[in-house]
Design a protein around this ligand. Structure first.
Ligand code: SF4
Length: 358
C-alpha cells in the first residue's frame, strides 16, 4: 500500500510547478517508493528524461520484471501497463492517466472475441500485443509486428487463424505467409482452410497515412527510399521499399542516408536525434498518437504521490494472458540480454525491442 502524499490534490495543482520542481519531486518520490519509470518511445521528451527505461511496451515490461522495484509507473497507454502487470504480478503497476488508452486495442473486447471464436471453434487465435489483457487471455499466442509472420508460420497450414485486432497487419502477414485473408463479418460463403480471419480494427495513426502524402514527400525527396510500418494500409505498403517494424527501421536508418518513414512521429524524431546527418522525412506530419501524449510530468508526479492509477488484473485473466505472451517469447527465442549494439541504441533511446508502438 503506497502512502499518499496529498500536499497537492489534483494533477492541475502539480501543473503549476516548474519543470525542475516536478523533476525533483518525481525523482525523490521514485527513490522513496523503490519505483521504476518506464517511458515508451512515443512519450513526450520531458517524460523520457525522467524514465529509467525507454523502449516499446514488451521490452519495457520485460526490463521492469527483471528489476527488484516494488512499483512500476508505465508512461504509455493502458494495454502496455497491463502487459507490465502480466509479467510482474507482485509489483504495483501505476499509470499517470487512465484515459491514455489505445483505440486499436479497444476495437476488440473479450466478449466480442469469444463470439467470433464460437463461429470458428477450431481456429487458432493470434493476438497482436497491442491488445487488452482480456483479449490476450482469450488468445492462443501473441505476436508483435516484428514476429507476426514467424508466429503465423508456426501454425499448421490448414488451421484457420483469427487475427486480432489489426486488419492491416493481418493482411500483410497473410500475404507473406501465403494464406487466404478475409475480414471477419465480410466472409462470403465458406472460409477456406488455413485462412486468416482478421478483426476489423486498425491504428488510426498508421491507417490515416495516405498515398497523396507519400506522393508529396517523394516529389520533394525523389532519391529517398520509403519505409513503412505494416499497420499501414495495403495500397501504401505496395509503394514501400521496406515494410518493417520500428526495430528494423532503426537498422535501415543506419544503412541509408535518405528515407521517407511511415510511422508515428515520436520514433522519427528520435531517429533524427540519433542520425542528425541523415535526411529522415516523416511520411506524414500528422502521424501523432494523441493517446500516447496524454501523460505529462504533472500527472506523473501526481501518480507517484497518490499511488494512482493502479492497474489491477483478475489473476485468472493475467495467467492466461501470460501464457499467450510466453508462447510467443518461446517461439521467438524468449528474453535475452541486449547485445552491445542494442545497448548503444538503448542509450540513444532507441531500444530495438520489436514493433510499432508495442
Ligand atoms: S500509435 Fe496506434 S497502436 Fe499505438 S497506442 Fe496509438 S493508436 Fe494504439
Amino acid at each position: 500500500m503506497i502512502q499518499v502524499l496529498d500536499a497537492f490534490r489534483t494533477p492541475l495543482d502539480y501543473a503549476r510547478l516548474t519543470r525542475e520542481e516536478l523533476r525533483d519531486r518525481i525523482l525523490r518520490r521514485k527513490e522513496e517508493l523503490n519505483a521504476v519509470i518506464l517511458g515508451h518511445n512515443y512519450q513526450r521528451v520531458e517524460i523520457q528524461e525522467v524514465s529509467d527505461f525507454l523502449g516499446d511496451s514488451l521490452g519495457l515490461s520485460q526490463e521492469a520484471a527483471r528489476t527488484d522495484a516494488d512499483v512500476i509507473v508505465f508512461c504509455g497507454v493502458h494495454f502496455m501497463a497491463e502487459t507490465a502487470k502480466i509479467l510482474s504480478p507482485d509489483k504495483t503497476v501505476l499509470m499517470p492517466d487512465l484515459r491514455a488508452g489505445c483505440p486499436m486495442a479497444d476495437f476488440v473486447t473479450g466478449d466480442s472475441l469469444r463470439r467470433l471464436k464460437a463461429r470458428y471453434p477450431d481456429a487458432v487465435v493470434v493476438a497482436y500485443v497491442n491488445s487488452t489483457a482480456e483479449v490476450k487471455a482469450e488468445s492462443d499466442i501473441c505476436c508483435t509486428s516484428a514476429n507476426a509472420v514467424q508466429v503465423v508460420d508456426s501454425i499448421p497450414a490448414d488451421r484457420t487463424i483469427l487475427f486480432v485486432p489489426d486488419r492491416n497487419l493481418a493482411r500483410y502477414t497473410a500475404e507473406k505467409s501465403g494464406r487466404p485473408y478475409v475480414v471477419a463479418g465480410q466472409e462470403q460463403g465458406e472460409v477456406g482452410p488455413g485462412s486468416i480471419v482478421a478483426w476489423d480494427g486498425y491504428c488510426y495513426v498508421h491507417d490515416d497515412l495516405v498515398l497523396e502524402e507519400l506522393a508529396e514527400a517523394r516529389r520533394k525527396h525523389p532519391r529517398a527510399l520509403v519505409v513503412i510500418h505494416p499497420e499501414a494500409r495495403a495500397d501504401l505498403l505496395a509503394e514501400a521499399d521496406f515494410v518493417t517494424s520500428t526495430s528494423k527501421m532503426v537498422d535501415i536508418a543506419e544503412e541509408h542516408d535518405e528515407l521517407i518513414i511511415g510511422t508515428e512521429r515520436g520514433l522519427i524524431d528520435r531517429l533524427k536525434q540519433r542520425f542528425p546527418e541523415k535526411t529522415l522525412i516523416p511520411l506524414s506530419g500528422a502521424a501523432i498518437c494523441g493517446n500516447m501524449k496524454m501523460n505529462t510530468l504533472a500527472k506523473l508526479a501526481w501518480s507517484l504521490d497518490h499511488g494512482a492509477h493502479e492497474v489491477v488484473l483478475d489473476e485468472d485473466v493475467r495467467e492466461r494472458a501470460e501464457r499467450s505472451l510466453r508462447r510467443m517469447l518461446d517461439l521467438s527465442g524468449g528474453w535475452r540480454a541486449p547485445t552491445a549494439e542494442e545497448e548503444a541504441l538503448e542509450e540513444a533511446g532507441l531500444r530495438p525491442g520489436g514493433c510499432g508502438c508495442a
